[in-house]
Ligand binder design. Structure first.
Ligand code: OGA
Ligand code: NI
Length: 204
């Protein structure tokens, strides 16, 4: 538990100091590997679907805005790596609520695959018609990412533009209602797990 608290605090401290939290040890090297292997086989088995934009009655696929394909994590899949990741997120939620009084009651996470030429134009993650999504988190699974591969996350805060390289095992955490961000064109396959921490979701 001590070790987890330490890696959680690294991300939270970075968030508190910079508004866009970045940490490289939130995911262990072995969990990063396991998730990448699982996602790669899901891609090979054609299990991902083109991501949509909007919610409720406003859901559409618009490849001029985003071109990634996704797969929602779910304990019902009985997949060891998904469950290990969700166990870690459960611990993180407890820690966030205990130390920062965030009142998070649920979350949702999906794998994302941006293939060559894919991007996600500048947006906010919180939907216009509800404020359930409080915090956004992205964990990157890109082994050997290098400059020129593209797919950087570009986040905007006040008059600053922050460029984050999607390197293996790196996690990013920010407020869903205020931080506009975009994914620059990826020149190669770009893998991640992305999710949102939510409040007051009664599942209705
Ligand atoms: C998203 C998103 C950023 C990234 O899925 O909403 O902005 O770096 N992803 O993958
Ligand atoms: Ni986003």
């Amino acid at each position: 538990m001590y070790l987890l608290t330490h890696v959680f605090d690294e991300l939270i401290d970075s968030y508190v100091n910079n508004n866009i939290g970045v940490a490289n040890d939130f995911l262990s090297i072995s969990l990063t590997e396991e998730l990448r292997i699982h996602l790669t086989s899901l891609i090979e088995d054609n299990k991902l679907r083109l991501a949509k934009i909007g919610n409720n009655s406003m859901v559409t696929i618009d490849t001029s805005i985003r071109k990634d394909a996704i797969y929602w994590l779910d304990r019902k899949h009985n997949n060891i790596s998904e469950n290990k990741f969700l166990d870690l997120i459960d611990e993180y939620v407890l820690h966030l609520n205990r130390t920062c009084f965030t009142g998070i009651t649920s979350y949702e996470f999906h794998f994302a695959h941006f293939d060559k030429g894919s991007f996600y134009k500048k947006h906010l993650d919180q939907f216009q018609n509800n404020n359930l999504r409080q915090f956004s988190m992205i964990c990157y699974l890109n082994e050997n990412w290098e400059i020129g591969d593209g797919g950087e996350l570009c986040a905007y805060f006040e008059d600053k533009k922050i460029l984050i390289e999607p390197i293996n095992g790196r996690s990013v955490f920010f407020k869903s209602d205020t931080i506009e961000h975009e994914v620059l064109v990826s020149n190669t396959d770009r893998l991640s797990v992305t999710g949102w921490f939510k409040i007051n979701d009664l599942g209705l």
